[in-house]
Write a protein of this length. Structure first.
Length: 318
């Protein structure tokens, strides 16, 4: 029997639990939840605190609570379980990151952050194409994730983490998958300027839409748009090269490559079916497999660039 400790029981926690249950037939989940009414589900036990399970041997913990609680949850269990999965973003600020590094080093925790697109087949394909360097110099990059919060969050969106500033809401945290994609593909992102907007019908106190102007190495310009107050869903990454281009439609998981060869404009389309759903399974496979043994405290240094970019965006918004 493999025991899993889970903080939070929102949609993403349920998704992870359902995947693990299919892959680990003998599994039990202890879910820390303050709600008075909890569903009766086989192999799920709802608890209010850690007092009753201190002697339980856990295979891993899944921290799927609001971002503002990640650091507190991490401190609660660092000596109780070694393998820790934390939903994105890792923590709420740079100071908490530094403290987590100290805790992880002392307790020798293995930490995996829930940036799921790292396990996406289309992402891996784009990454390989960039590394080939066959399309010339990168001229500019555009990343766009536009959505509408009431459609995205099926229940009352005003009660969700996304809408609540104290819980870590706003597009910078909630849509940071796309920031992580850029960091993993191009390395350090140097932020130049940020424009933030929240004048919409949502009437929230978080940043609902941001335009980021940045650069990668060699001063290559990067434009980033993150929004959840637009009625049309649009999510893509466009990379413009001197001898071609790559356009990744992240919603349809279609990658279009254009390049010039023998004075001809060549177009190639690649479709990665079900890669958006499979990436969550790939992520949990990684958690459950021996692959996670490659992680050590040095891994957290790689997480720093994404968290630093999030921090710098928030700082410029203020």
């Amino acid at each position: 029997m493999k025991n899993f400790l889970v903080f939070g029981y929102g949609s993403i926690a349920k998704k992870h639990i359902n995947i693990i249950k299919k892959k680990v037939l003998k599994s039990k989940f202890y879910i820390i939840r303050k709600s008075k009414s909890n569903p009766l589900i086989k192999n799920l036990k709802f608890i209010k605190n850690l007092n009753s399970i201190k002697k339980t041997n856990f295979y891993a913990v899944l921290i799927c609570s609001p971002t503002s609680n990640h650091f507190k949850n991490m401190r609660q269990i660092s000596g109780l379980v070694n393998l820790i999965f934390i939903e994105k973003p890792l923590v709420n600020n740079i100071r908490e990151f530094a403290k987590i590094c100290k805790i992880s080093l002392k307790k020798k925790n293995i930490i995996i952050v829930g940036y799921v697109f790292r396990f996406n087949e289309a992402f891996k394909f784009v990454e390989k194409e960039i590394k080939k360097k066959k399309y010339g110099k990168v001229l500019n990059i555009e990343s766009n994730y536009s959505s509408y919060l009431p459609t995205w969050r099926k229940k009352n969106y005003k009660k969700t983490v996304s809408y609540n500033k104290k819980l870590g809401g706003g597009v910078t945290n909630e849509l940071s998958h796309d920031l992580d994609i850029l960091v993993k593909l191009f390395g350090k992102i140097r932020l130049k300027d940020v424009k933030s907007f929240n004048n919409s019908d949502l009437k929230s106190k978080v940043e609902e839409r941001i335009f980021c102007f940045a650069e990668i190495k060699k001063k290559t310009p990067v434009f980033i748009k993150l929004s959840f107050n637009e009625k049309i869903l649009n999510r893509h990454l466009f990379i413009n090269f001197s001898k071609g281009s790559i356009f990744w439609d992240i919603i349809s998981q279609k990658v279009q490559i254009n390049y010039f060869k023998n004075k001809k404009d060549i177009k190639k389309n690649f479709l990665f079916k079900n890669s958006n759903s499979k990436m969550f399974e790939n992520q949990m496979d990684f958690l459950l497999s021996s692959k996670n043994k490659m992680y050590n405290n040095k891994f957290l240094n790689k997480e720093f660039e994404t968290l630093k970019l999030i921090h710098e965006i928030k700082k410029k918004i203020k």
